[in-house]
Design a binder for this molecule. Structure first.
Ligand SMILES: [Zn+2]
Length: 188
């Protein structure tokens, strides 16, 4: 384990769903933007990019010798799950950031109106309000969006991702080409 590897610091939800490792997310973002082809070698279970000579997936521990064989493209459905997850996350981050701006806008007016000095001095009031909008708006948008929006958005999006993953596993294990019928028999 190396400390300069950002993969080590990444938050990993403990929900049994191996989607999405940082490497898989990077790959899919590039594919979705059209910057990279969806080709390579990926873990047969969690679709994290794996090197050709590695037999055990660093993300989920799937052993290619005894378990699922690596695949050469990430299934389209998995890419769509990531897209949906990121959309949900950014909607919440942006929504909370706007809420922060709104609070600064309304709160700023209330604050300026509450100070008696500003009643006679319109210029001071305007400067104070501009300052509250610029600084307060930015800080509040950052805190609300970057912290609360990010957390709520992540949890919401993650729940949807986990649900799709569980459904995906059921469908994948029922597919005739999946090779391993033992799990299927146990589930049934
Ligand atoms: Zn894996």
């Amino acid at each position: 384990m190396s400390f300069d590897d950002p993969g080590d610091q990444r938050f990993r939800p403990d929900d049994g769903c191996p989607l999405f490792s940082e490497r898989l997310e990077e790959h899919l973002v590039a594919v979705l933007k059209g910057q990279a082809p969806n080709r390579g070698q990926f873990c047969g279970h969690c679709y994290t990019p794996v090197s050709r000579d590695a037999s055990v997936c660093a993300n989920c521990g799937e052993d290619a010798r005894t378990g699922r064989k690596p695949v050469d493209a990430v299934p389209r459905e998995i890419a769509y799950v990531l897209q949906a997850q990121r959309k949900t996350e950014s909607r919440w981050v942006n929504g909370f950031a706007y809420l922060g701006l709104l609070i600064a806008t309304v709160g700023g007016i209330a604050l300026v109106l509450a100070v008696p000095l500003f009643k006679e001095r319109l210029l001071y009031a305007t400067i104070a309000y501009a300052f509250i909008l610029l600084v307060g708006g930015r800080v509040l948008a950052g805190i609300l969006g970057g912290y609360f929006g990010d957390r709520i958005g992540f949890n919401r999006a993650r729940r949807a991702t986990v649900a799709v993953w569980e459904q995906w596993l059921i469908e994948r294990d029922q597919a005739p080409a999946s090779g391993d019928s033992r799990e299927q028999a146990r589930e049934a």
